[in-house]
Design a protein around this ligand. Structure first.
Ligand code: PMP
Length: 555
């Protein structure tokens, strides 16, 4: 077998919808798109065989039950266990980890230890923290260097009280992988349970729990082209038998009376309530789909793209990457002191390139790298060289806009009074904005205008924070005689640029003059509503509304 990106991508109907023809989707670590076979299977389930499983035995119920157990057998093969009793359906990796934290920790004694790493997704941190508080357990962390776990030093934190080691197979924030074979060696012969968070790994290569040698493993179908709302928990039968169930309810019992219950056999003991049946049907189709692909060739393709992405973005002026192409599950990550990542994200969004910014649910790791947010581009097999080229070109253009803003004169001649300066915005010429042809040119000018807004740490307090701005913005007001003045601060260049535009229309005017200024008309005239992402537009309106509310209070 071999791999053709275009043939692979054709199987994902989202990309052929008219509104998505230009889409470059690089947010695959968050969730992947779905092939037609998965969408059809979900629809077909509701269309032909929707019924609840196990509880009743009419024709449709038998059909649905058989489907669920068939998919369980497929999932057992997908995970590399031949034993269906070792496969629990969950809502996703998060639920699998919560189940483990609850059931495994219930048996532990105060002072027992759980080992985690600084690179864990919050789903593999918070449930253990909660269980540790409940059972007086200690959490220890694999030694790290600036947040990056040194998995080869895992033994340093293993001790006689270590009962659980729960580690990621690959970081969802920076992409680096853990060496599972090495971890297996270090854990060999110890009386503890090893949990692998394979939420990212499962999207990029086949999983084999026998080869990995772990006791438990979790993943979410939506990360590997399957539906959301369904995930898998693998657990060794021997341990699952001993563990108390996590949730109680229907399906997980054999017999119930008023004072006690007997639980069902594995795997149903851990599946309380009605499962996500349609999602299980979709998962079945997804597993068949994956089986029919040349996964090794898919991985080669993804790795090639990842190298290109790192090489080309790494070459852009002043760019320092937080991720490396080596040993990486398909993620490029960076942060840059010249701009807040959310500005670049919106710029890319304006070109229909989807990426993610933030801490990626791995706050301790991102903080340890010295940042509060990063921009992450994450790959799947339907991404192409053209996707990478468009992303790189768009980032380069954004940096170019920044550069021209750097060279723009700083117009600030602050008049310092009462603690914060009134920026001099009189030099911002609306006619210059009017004469700029095209959005790109206007955006460039807005970035230059952002320089007219001086930093004002003094106004960054909760009472001045404007809700509704995706990037924080603070707005203050002062009246001098009849005239009103506002000042603003934000980390975002775009918010500052838009704010400069807004304040240039308000500052130095009386209430009557402000009232006769049609800000919304200007906003439409300059096509901000067309080119800015909705959250940016909402941010602008939030600033405008706050300014107007402040003015109305002055009467
Ligand atoms: N662990 C990792 C490494 C992940 O990337 C994610 C999802 N981003 C999760 C756990 C949680 O998965 P889910 O939200 O599907 O439960």
């Amino acid at each position: 077998m071999s791999f053709s990106v275009s043939q692979f991508k054709q199987q994902f109907p989202l990309f052929s919808q008219p509104e998505n023809r230009d889409l470059v989707y690089l947010d695959n670590a968050a969730t992947t798109q779905k092939p037609a076979v998965v969408i059809d299977a979900i629809r077909d389930f509701y269309l032909h065989s929707n019924a609840n499983t196990h509880r009743s035995s009419h024709r449709l119920a038998r059909q649905a039950t058989a489907m669920v157990e068939r998919v369980r057998a497929q999932a057992a093969a997908f995970l590399g266990t031949g034993n269906v009793r070792e496969v629990i359906f969950t809502r996703g990796a998060t639920e699998g980890l919560n189940l483990l934290a609850n059931s495994l920790c219930a048996e532990l004694a105060p002072g027992d230890e759980v080992v985690l790493s600084t690179a864990e997704h919050h789903a593999n941190l918070v449930p253990w923290q909660m269980a540790a508080a409940r059972h007086q357990l200690h959490i220890r962390y694999v030694p790290d260097e600036r947040g990056i776990p040194q998995f080869d030093r895992l033994v340093e934190v293993l001790g006689p009280r270590t009962r659980i080691v729960s580690l990621t197979a690959g970081s969802n924030a920076l992409g680096f992988r853990a060496d599972l074979a090495q971890i297996r060696q270090m854990l060999a012969g110890r009386d503890l349970r090893w949990v692998v968070d394979a939420a990212q790994l499962a999207a990029h290569e086949p999983i084999d729990v026998q080869e990995i040698g772990c006791d438990f493993l979790v993943c979410s179908a939506h990360k590997f082209y399957g539906p959301s709302g369904i995930g898998l928990l693998f657990g060794r039968e021997q341990w699952l038998q001993q563990m108390p169930p996590w949730q109680g309810g229907g399906e997980m019992i054999a017999d119930v009376d008023l004072h006690s219950s007997h639980y069902a056999d594995l795997p149903h003991k851990f599946e309380a309530g009605t499962s996500s049946l349609a999602a299980i049907a979709g998962l079945g189709a997804c597993l068949e789909f994956l089986q029919s692909q040349d996964r090794a060739a898919m991985a080669v393709h993804e790795q090639q793209l990842l190298r290109t992405l790192h090489e080309q973005v790494g070459k852009l002026p002043g760019m320092e990457l937080l991720s490396s192409a080596e040993n990486n599950l398909g993620i490029l990550a960076f942060s840059d002191s010249r701009f807040v990542p959310v500005d670049l994200m919106h710029w890319l969004d304006g070109k229909d390139i989807a990426v993610r910014v933030g801490h990626h649910c791995a706050q301790p790791l991102i903080r340890a790298t010295g940042h509060s947010a990063t921009l992450r581009a994450s790959l799947a097999a339907y991404n192409s060289e053209q996707d990478v080229a468009r992303f790189v070109a768009a980032v380069a253009e954004f940096l170019d806009q920044l550069d021209s803003a750097e060279n723009a004169p700083t117009h600030v001649e602050p008049e310092v009074a009462e603690g914060w300066p009134i920026d001099d915005l009189s030099v911002l010429d609306i006619e210059a904005l009017r004469s700029r042809r095209g959005w790109q040119e206007r955006y460039r000018l807005l970035m230059q205008w952002s320089k007219a807004i001086a930093a004002k740490p003094i106004i960054r307090s909760p009472e001045h924070l404007v809700q509704g701005c995706e990037s924080s913005a603070w707005l203050v007001h002062r009246q001098l005689g009849e005239k009103h003045y506002f000042a603003l601060d934000s980390d975002s260049r775009v918010v500052k640029g838009l704010g400069a535009f807004l304040l240039s229309q308000l500052n130095g005017k009386s209430l009557e003059e402000v009232r006769s200024t049609d800000l919304e008309a200007l906003f439409t005239e300059f096509e901000f509503d067309k080119h800015l992402s909705p959250s940016r537009s909402n941010g602008f309106y939030a600033l405008m509304q706050r300014a107007m509310a402040i003015l109305e209070q002055q009467k």
